[in-house]
Structure formats: structure tokens, C-alpha cells
Design a protein around this ligand. Structure first.
Ligand code: GLU
Length: 278
């Protein structure tokens, strides 16, 4: 069995979708057709007997649109306000779309501080595990009302890797606006080579993690994705970065097809989630 085919057996899967993959680039409004397909694909994973967690950005983008504001002109507190407005709208949309398939979903908003406090972290983990046991798809975002640090420097790539480690998931799929990892920025170097497989995430690959994503909608570039890859793979999960232009790519990955860049799990027993988050 090759590495790709091993993905067929993954049971607990975290999928992260970024703002740029959720919205139309021309208008910044939600791409409802894509969200509809996402709800169907994720519910189908549940129907295949998998446990699924969705990490979704888009709160700020949706809130800004609703209020007729431009994200890059906002102060921090305006971004937080937009996140609060947009998160409710986003969840309402997800609820509606998943209910078409009778699939219950839940909202989990978390912060870095939650993960650094043992008691809070255990509570969060127990909630996730209980939801998965109940057959629910948790939909996760940062609690941007309190996590100013995350709005300014953090990103949901890292959050999704932290969630992966927290719940001992065995696969993380990061849907981005780029096909995967390249040896150099493919926008500026046409000789940049696509990397299909990363067996061990060492310096050579970390150095490739320049800001290779052209998107200015989301916050995490390729270097953020490699930080996520480090956390996820050391915690014992495999990770795939793939292009979220078509969310059916999730099916392809789960069926062992050669899509995106696969980072093999490299479980390290000395891996300490709290140390990684600090
Ligand atoms: N939490 C932010 C939002 O939902 C986005 C963070 C990110 O995309 O990395 O808008």
C-alpha cells in the first residue's frame, strides 16, 4: 500500500477552509455553491463512518461585507466587531446547509489561552470528543472577541493543527488557494517545482515556505502552513495541503488520489502541545 492509499483508512479528520476559499474573489461574498458542496462532502465522510471537524475562517470577511466595510482599512476593534457579526452569519449559513442532509453541527470558538490552561484544554478536548461521539461535526474558529493576538499574528492554519493534536486526529486537510508546496514561489519563479510528498519536514522544506500564496483574503501563507504541518505531523497526524477551488478534492484525498502535498505523520513521543502553542 502506498502512502496515498493509507489515507483511505484515516478515521478522525480535521479539514480547514480559509476565507479565500469560502468567498468569491470578485465580490468578497460567500460562495454558496461551494459551501453547499462542502456540507455534502463532509456529511458524506460522516456517512462513511469517519469523524469530521471543520475549521472555518471567514468571520471577519463575512462581517465586513455585511457592514459594507473594507477589511484592510479596519482597526483591530473594528475587525473584532466584524468577526462577531460575521461568525453568527457564517454559522447560520452552515446550519442551514448541513440541515439539508440532517447533519448536526456545533460551533466551537477557542483561543490560544484556552489551550495553555490545562483545565480549559481538557474541557475543550472533552467537548470535542463528546460531539464526535454524538456524530456531530464541530465547526471551529478563533474567538476573535478576545484573541487579539490571533487576529494580528495568528491564523487558522495553526489553529487547525492545534485542534488536530488536541483530539488526536489522524489526518489534517488544509484547503488553500494554492495546489500545495512548491520549491519556490510559483508566481515569481516558473521553474518552481511542485512537491508531492514530504516524508520528513526538515529545514530544506521549511525554507521553501515563503509567502507563496497570492491571496490577500486570508491570513496564513505557506510558512504558516508549514508551522501547521510541523505541529500536526509531530502529534501523529498526516497532513495534506490542497487547492480548495473544488472541495471535491477532499474526496480525492480520502480515496488515496494524488492531490496536493502530503506530509507524512512523524509522531514524536516528546511532542508537547503546550510548548508548541506558547
Ligand atoms: N478567525 C478569522 C476569521 O474567521 C480568520 C483567521 C484566519 O483566517 O487565519 O475571520
Amino acid at each position: 500500500m502506498n502512502y496515498r492509499e493509507e489515507l483511505i483508512n484515516k478515521k478522525r479528520i480535521v479539514i480547514k477552509i480559509g476565507s479565500s476559499s469560502l468567498t468569491h474573489s470578485e465580490t468578497g461574498l460567500l460562495d454558496l455553491e461551494k459551501l453547499e458542496r462542502l456540507a455534502r462532502v463532509l456529511t458524506n465522510l460522516r456517512n462513511m463512518g469517519k469523524e469530521v471537524i471543520l475549521v472555518s475562517s471567514g468571520a471577519i470577511a463575512v462581517g465586513c461585507k455585511k457592514m459594507g466595510l473594507k477589511k484592510n482599512e479596519l482597526s483591530l476593534s473594528q475587525k473584532q466587531a466584524c468577526a462577531a457579526i460575521g461568525q453568527a452569519q457564517l454559522m447560520m449559513t452552515y446550519q442551514k446547509l448541513f440541515s439539508e442532509y440532517n447533519q448536526p453541527v456545533a460551533q466551537i470558538l477557542t483561543t490560544k489561552l484556552t489551550m495553555l490552561n490545562d483545565e480549559y484544554k481538557d474541557n475543550a478536548k472533552n467537548t470535542f470528543l463528546q460531539l464526535l461521539k454524538m456524530g456531530v461535526i464541530p465547526i471551529v474558529n478563533e474567538n476573535d472577541t478576545v484573541s487579539t493576538y490571533e487576529i494580528q499574528f495568528g491564523d487558522n492554519d495553526r489553529l487547525s493543527a492545534i485542534v488536530t493534536a488536541l483530539v488526536d486526529a489522524d489526518l489534517l486537510i488544509l484547503l488553500s488557494d494554492i495546489d500545495g508546496l512548491y520549491s519556490d514561489d510559483p508566481n515569481s519563479n516558473k521553474d518552481a517545482k511542485f512537491i508531492d510528498l514530504v516524508e520528513k519536514l526538515d529545514e530544506k522544506y521549511i525554507n521553501m515556505g515563503k509567502e507563496t500564496s497570492s491571496s490577500n483574503v486570508g491570513t496564513g501563507g505557506m510558512s504558516a502552513k508549514l508551522v501547521a504541518a510541523k505541529i500536526a505531523t509531530l502529534s501523529g497526524a498526516s497532513m495534506v495541503i490542497a487547492n480548495g477551488a473544488d472541495v471535491n478534492v477532499i474526496n480525492d484525498i480520502i480515496h488515496g488520489k494524488d492531490k496536493g502535498t502530503l506530509f507524512l505523520s512523524n509522531k514524536d513521543d516528546s511532542f508537547d502541545l503546550v510548548e508548541e502553542i506558547k
